[in-house]
Design a protein around this ligand. Sequence first.
Ligand code: 13P
Length: 249
Amino acid sequence: MRKPIIAGNWKMNKTAEEAKALIKYLIPLVSDADNVDVIVCPPFVNLAAAAEVLSGSNIKLGAQNMHFEKSGAYTGEVSADMLLAYGVKYVILGHSERRQYFGETDEGVNKKVKVALQAGLVPIVCVGETLEERESGITSEIVCKQTKLALLGLSAEEVKGVVLAYEPIWAIGTGKTATADDANDTIGAIRNAVKEVFGDDAAQSIRIQYGGSMKPANASELMAKPEIDGGLIGGAALKAEDFSKIVKF
Ligand code: 13P
């Protein structure tokens, strides 16, 4: 019922020329993937170049962050309107690297989610626990709280248009993946948290991705789990062959 969604988060990688080359290589590899939403999220400065080569393909464009104000004195920031002007459809919000290195808070993420939805962008909202939190047995509490705070004040209808990404922080870029069963259980807990606040319809509609060392070798096992609706891919998204194999899980 929920359409799978595979998104590549390129993080701070690739120049504009490299971005174009990667996308040109990727397009034919995923052109027949019509049962999956395929998204690439290059750095801001490559959005124009990416949009140019993506035109006419089945791959959608995403950004990695966005500011919650429309415009103004926010040096170094980018607004929803600026993203829309490049044909951006999705925006990753609250990635753990932004929370960890750039001081993003649940409150700030919530503001951004609201602004993105108002602007017509699909937010991909990241939640996830640290290794210490996992070892303390509080994974579900942490990710459910992050989820509820990110979605605070939205209507059930709006929630259906959000994408969540469960990314255990200890699994990002480490080669360690949550087991498919663990990821499925935690995503099930997140879905239940959505149900508590927004009802069953919203909970059954919202798509929830897994992210953290997802690669061709583990994609099919993760995607076979009933709660897992997609992947948010870091390292493996930088190689067209690997990313296309994940798209075709
Ligand atoms: P890796 O796939 O490199 O572990 O990164 C996951 C991630 O953070 C995607 O947003």
